[in-house]
Design a protein around this ligand. Structure first.
Ligand code: OGA
Ligand code: MN
Length: 294
């Protein structure tokens, strides 16, 4: 059966049928998936019975992997998964949900703010692939917002204002929004801000989009309150329901999103129930802006 894609979101997001991602894929299917990602920005594949190795193999068939090193508060000895995976679950090494006040859990609550993955890295992520192994009894949707649509809807004055702006992104900025500020000196060094353009152009579609993320905390050359107020306004405009697809998870779903044209956020769920979702990530190809000399 050939691969088919049906739009499920308001102006983006497609549900793919007719493909088993656990098997090696012919080049035509890989090309169709990339084309689908360019067009829909989010693709949903149901009933993918992945092992970790199969998820990795599929991910690497699409491009080079971004490793998850030093991006969470899990210490190396706390890791449940190898660094080829971002462990987005709420589980410790023994597959038990973190206690409500566990610092690693509180840091991970940052995922409930709208963001684009690895916008805090000099070269931010291309695609993220999130697979559901177990899900809570309620809540825990993932929502996606479509940034080319949000950009197009801005008035011309705003487009002109933001065209060349550069923001600084850090995981410390997103966590500060939730009152999480007790970083150690080592963490402050590791989470040093990086620069990203506020308007970026997609290399395949040529469309401009808003490159927003809760990790963005400053705009170069702007007073901080004015910068933060603009970023809040833009985020509010970009996440109106007409630009948002909300994914309700089923076990076996693989959801893949293009971080260059979407933001996403997790929704709350009961903290004592396991939510085992595992992310592999494709590396982006370049910085969005030249970085400040160290
Ligand atoms: C991620 C992420 C949201 C969720 O995997 O990068 O932000 O719903 N996930 O778990
Ligand atoms: Mn994320």
């Amino acid at each position: 059966m050939p691969l088919t894609i049906r739009q499920v979101g308001p102006c983006f997001a497609g549900e793919v049928a007719g493909i088993d991602l656990t098997k090696p894929l012919p080049a035509a299917d890989i090309a169709a998936i990339h084309a689908g990602m360019d067009k829909y920005a989010v693709l949903v594949f149901h009933d993918q019975d992945f092992t970790d190795a199969q998820q990795l193999t599929f991910t690497q068939s699409l491009g080079p992997l971004e490793l998850a090193i030093g991006t969470s508060l899990r210490r190396p000895e706390d890791h449940r998964l190898p660094t080829t995976f971002a462990d987005v679950s709420n589980l410790d090494r023994d597959n038990k949900p973190f206690a409500r006040d566990d610092r690693r859990r509180l840091f991970a609550i940052g995922n409930r703010l709208w963001h684009s993955d690895s916008s805090f890295k000099v070269i931010p992520a291309k695609y993220s692939l999130l697979h559901a192994r177990s899900i809570p009894s309620r809540g825990g949707n993932t929502e996606f917002a479509y940034m080319p649509g949000a950009y197009d809807a801005l008035d011309q004055e705003t487009k002109d204002l933001i065209e060349d702006l550069v923001c600084e992104h850090s995981q410390m900025y997103s966590r500060a929004k939730l009152g999480f500020t007790d970083f150690t000196p080592e963490e402050r060094e590791r989470f040093k801000p990086v620069r990203q353009r506020l308007v970026r152009t997609h290399p395949s579609t040529g469309r401009k989009s808003l490159y927003l993320s809760s990790h963005a905390g400053t705009i170069i050359g702007w007073p901080e309150p004015e910068a933060k107020a603009l970023l809040l306004d833009l985020t509010e405009a970009a996440t109106q329901r007409e630009f948002v697809y909300s994914h309700k998870w089923r076990v076996g779903d693989l959801v893949m999103w293009d971080n260059r044209q979407t933001m996403h956020r997790a929704r709350p769920f009961p903290h004592d129930e396991p939510r085992d979702v595992r992310r592999t990530t494709l590396m982006g190809d370049a910085p969005t802006v030249a970085q400040q000399a160290a």
